[in-house]
Design a protein around this ligand. Structure first.
Ligand SMILES: [Mg+2]
Length: 283
């Protein structure tokens, strides 16, 4: 909002107000990604928030390593899991990896997400690390904790992602496949549960980090189902499940239009707005 500067006198104030009105009267074309991407790419508030989450994760990791009964996946671990070596499961995009240059490309070129441009972007290996992510991953590795990166990047993108992450300094085990991509095995679908179970069969999973509900549980569906899932798992949040903020995209958005990307952008926008609970001024 443009604030009038009364120090310059009444006429200047009126001119300023007039300009302000003119700006408001002719809104620019809306882009639903703009504020979220500006915040995630340019703000110190986002960087500080993410660093805070990684600091919390490190404290929780220290706690977890002292307690053999601690697990982030109590429904998946088998009896005697306390004897298994510790591991962490992390998501990649917008959890360990920062793709804001891709989102900015979409805004600047006036496009929506497409698997074609996304695949090109991944093959370019220009993805950056989230603030604090490499240090956290190195800390975990230094404590003998295996880090499994469970991503819905496709198996065709695995090598480029691996090269990119190695170059960023993430610990990538050379003996064990720790980058588990979608479709790498037949049963590894976009629902991450089968990959979580695969890790839980051999490790005590002490922490999970993600930016989307689906990084922690099977996809929940509608906004109401998502809320129930969130409430059912209340004891995990901030303890052994660490959620990072992502206002750009995710199931929070797609749930409002029934996860139906065949709908036009205008229709999806309409449904998102109708999902909002709004104040109504008293007459
Ligand atoms: Mg993600």
């Amino acid at each position: 909002m443009i604030k009038p500067h009364t120090v310059f006198g009444t006429s200047a104030t009126l001119i300023t107000l007039a300009c302000s009105f003119a700006v408001n009267a002719a809104p620019s074309k809306a882009d639903d990604l703009l504020n979220a991407t500006l915040w995630m790419q340019n703000s110190v508030e986002y960087k500080a928030n993410v660093r805070g989450m990684y600091a919390l994760a490190q404290m929780r990791l220290d706690e977890a390593l002292k307690d053999k009964n601690w697990t982030a996946l109590p429904t998946m671990q088998k009896s005697g899991f306390g004897m298994l070596p510790p591991a962490i499961i992390v998501d990649c995009d917008e959890t360990m990896l920062d793709n804001n240059v891709y989102e900015a490309y979409l805004i600047k070129s006036g496009q929506g997400y497409s698997s074609k441009t996304w695949s090109q972007y991944v093959q370019d290996k220009v993805t950056e690390a989230m603030p604090g992510a490499v240090d956290f991953a190195k800390y975990a590795a230094s404590k003998g904790v295996k880090i499994f990166y469970i991503t819905n990047r496709k198996k065709e993108s695995e090598q480029a992602t691996l090269d990119n992450m190695k170059a960023l300094g993430f610990p990538m085990d050379s003996q064990v496949d720790v980058l588990l991509t979608k479709g790498e095995k037949k049963e590894w679908t976009s629902d991450k549960a089968t990959r979580d179970q695969y890790v839980a069969n051999h490790y005590r999973v002490v922490l999970m980090l993600g930016d989307n509900l689906g990084d922690f549980t099977s996809p929940a569906g509608s906004p109401a189902q998502r809320l129930t899932t969130y409430q059912t798992n209340m004891a995990h949040w901030g303890k052994d499940w660490i959620m990072l903020p992502n206002p750009e995209y995710g199931s929070f958005e797609s749930a409002t239009f029934g996860n139906d990307y065949s709908l036009s952008p205008e229709k999806r926008r309409e449904l998102k707005i109708s999902a909002l609970k709004a104040w109504e001024p008293k007459k």
